[in-house]
Design a protein around this ligand. Structure first.
Ligand code: PRT
Ligand code: ZN
Length: 225
C-alpha cells in the first residue's frame, strides 16, 4: 500500500512526542486524515505517508532505511544508536533539525537518605534504567564501576522495591522523583525531539520535498522565537 515515490515519515503514535510532531506537520502545511487505530496515515495534499509507531521503533526504522524521516527524542535515538553499534547493525542517520519540544534530561537520582557526594558514590552499586547504553557510557567516562539494571517501566520504584540502589531516568518537572523519595544528582544527557533522515540515496523528488519541509520548519521555528 505504500509507494516508494511517497515520503515516509515515522511519528510516535501516542505519547509525549505525538502532539509536538503532529502540530509541527500541521503548521508546515501537511494535511492528514488520521484514523486512530491505523498504522499508516496518508497526507491528502502532498506525497507523504505517516507511519504511526512506538517511539522505541523509530530509530531502527530510520537506520534500516524503512522510513525516510522520523521524529524522535535524542535520548531514545542515542540509546538505540549505541545499542545497534554494539550489535554490529547499521546505526547511521542524519539530524535535520533540533526541535522545540520533548525537552527533558536523563538524570541519576538516589533515595533521599543515601549519602551521595558525587558519581563515585555509586561505585559497586546497581542503577535501574531504561537507558543502559547511555548510562554505561557515562560510567565508563567517569571511571565508575557500577551496574546498569534494565527496566522498561516503573524505574522510579526500583530502589524502594529493592531492585537497585539508585536510578537513571528521564526528568522534566522533577515531580515523579519527589513523589518517590528520590533526589536528582547528576544530569547525564540533555534531550529534545529531533527530525532525522535515513542515510543513503534519496530520489530527487523526495529530497526536494524534504528540503521544502525543512525550509517551512525553519520558518515556523523562527516565527515562534
Ligand atoms: O508508547 P511509546 O513507547 O511510544 O511511548 P513511551 O511511553 O516510551 O514514551 P513517552 O511518550 O513517555 O516519551 C517519549 C519521549 O518524550 C521520551 O523518549 C523523551 O524524549 C520525551 N520526554 C520528555 C519524556 C519526558 N519529557 C518525561 N518526563 N519522556 C518521559 N518522561 C517521564 C519520565 O520517564 C518519568 O516517568 O515522565 C516522568 C518524569 O516526569 P516529571 O515531570 O515528573 O519529572
Ligand atoms: Zn517508548
Amino acid at each position: 500500500m505504500t509507494d516508494r515515490n511517497r515520503l515516509r515519515i515515522a511519528v510516535q503514535k501516542s505519547g509525549r512526542l505525538c502532539e509536538g510532531s503532529m502540530e509541527l506537520l500541521k503548521a508546515i502545511g501537511v494535511k492528514l486524515s488520521i484514523r486512530d487505530r491505523l498504522l499508516i496515515a496518508h497526507a491528502t495534499n502532498l506525497p507523504i505517508d505517516l507511519l504511526r509507531v512506538r517511539d522505541d521503533d523509530i530509530p531502527g526504522l530510520v537506520m534500516d532505511g524503512v522510513v525516510d524521516l522520523g521524529f524522535i527524542g535524542e535520548n531514545e535515538l542515542e540509546e538505540k544508536m549505541l545499542e545497534r553499534q554494539a550489535q554490529g547493525k547499521q546505526f547511521q542517520y542524519k539530524t535535520l533539525e533540533r526541535l522545540e519540544f520533548g525537552g527533558c534530561r536523563l538524570s541519576l537520582a538516589v533515595p533521599n537518605e543515601m549519602d551521595y557526594q558525587n558519581v563515585q558514590s555509586l561505585q559497586g552499586k546497581k542503577v535501574a534504567t531504561t537507558y543502559p547504553f547511555l548510562l554505561e557510557r557515562f560510567f565508563r567516562e567517569q571511571n565508575v564501576d557500577a551496574k546498569a539494571v534494565m527496566l522498561n517501566g516503573s524505574v522510579e520504584v526500583a530502589p524502594r522495591a529493592g531492585l537497585a540502589d539508585a536510578i537513571c531516568d528521564l526528568v522534566s518537572t522533577g515531580a515523579t522523583l519527589e513523589a518517590n523519595g528520590l533526589v536528582e544528582k547528576d544530569v547525564i544527557f540533555r534531550s529534545k525531539a529531533v527530525l532525522i533522515q535515513r542515510s543513503g540515496d534519496m530520489l530527487d523528488s523526495k529530497q526536494q520535498l524534504i528540503d521544502k519541509l525543512l525550509t517551512r520548519i525553519n520558518g515556523v521555528m523562527q516565527a515562534r522565537e
